[in-house]
Design a protein around this ligand. Structure first.
Ligand SMILES: CC(C)(COP(=O)(O)OP(=O)(O)OC[C@H]1O[C@@H](n2cnc3c(N)ncnc32)[C@H](O)[C@@H]1OP(=O)(O)O)[C@@H](O)C(=O)NCCC(=O)NCCS
Length: 181
């Protein structure tokens, strides 16, 4: 049978139970991390999922939520923050992850100022045009900045609306209840 791959995008609020179960399974298998069972308790209704299918089987996934990066000297940037990037192990190395990430970059380009993520797979994203933020990193909390000197692998993707940036400058992000980056 011909191997047809398709990429579709859907908002969290429009995913049915079967979609959610399939997404959790791909993330859990790929990352070997049972915490993904709770993925949907962290996502807002307007999360944007990019879903890669082989035939009718979900094999690859990424989700975008809106966060607010702020490079020093700049206003807050509306940020497409990417999480839960995963391809089912049996389908890795066949281009699905790259297809998902390229589609994602195209979907967000007019709605956001910049995209961001944190990863241990730097080379994978570099090949897709992402760049490592080289400057110091911190979270913005109610009472000031929380430096995150041990955080590595924060990457950004420049979009048409991204201002000119110095990737050596300090980059901050709003603290969330469960995490900073
Ligand atoms: C990282 C991950 C999402 C990549 O997904 P993927 O579907 O394997 O991605 P691709 O197939 O597009 O690319 C993977 C590699 O295969 C290579 N590749 C892609 N298509 C290929 C093809 N047709 N033939 C041979 N190699 C190919 C790519 O160059 C890439 O190399 P790299 O890993 O050295 O960058 C996947 O490996 C994964 O789920 N890993 C575990 C979870 C994880 O680390 N997630 C990222 C956290 S931020």
């Amino acid at each position: 049978m011909e191997d047809t791959s398709t990429i579709v995008a859907a908002h969290t609020q429009d995913l049915n139970e079967a979609d959610r179960t399939a997404i959790i399974q791909v993330c859990r298998e790929a990352c070997n991390n049972p915490d993904f069972q709770r993925l949907f308790s962290f996502l807002p209704p307007n999360g944007l999922h990019v879903l890669g299918y082989s035939q009718s089987q979900l094999v690859s996934h990424a989700v975008v939520t809106t966060r607010w990066l702020q490079p020093e000297g700049h206003a807050l940037l509306k940020t497409a923050y990417v999480d839960a990037v995963a391809t089912a192990p049996a389908y890795q190395g066949r281009g699905f992850g790259s297809m998902v990430m390229r589609h994602l970059a195209w979907r967000i380009r007019d709605e956001y100022d910049i995209a961001g993520l944190e990863t241990e797979r730097i080379a994978f994203y570099q090949r897709l045009g992402w760049q490592v933020w080289r400057g110091p990193l911190a979270g913005r909390a109610k009472h000031g900045l929380i430096a995150t000197p041990d955080q590595t692998g924060v990457m950004i993707l420049l979009l048409p609306r991204t201002p000119e940036l110095d990737l050596e400058s300090r980059l901050t992000i709003e603290c969330q209840a469960e995490r900073i980056w």
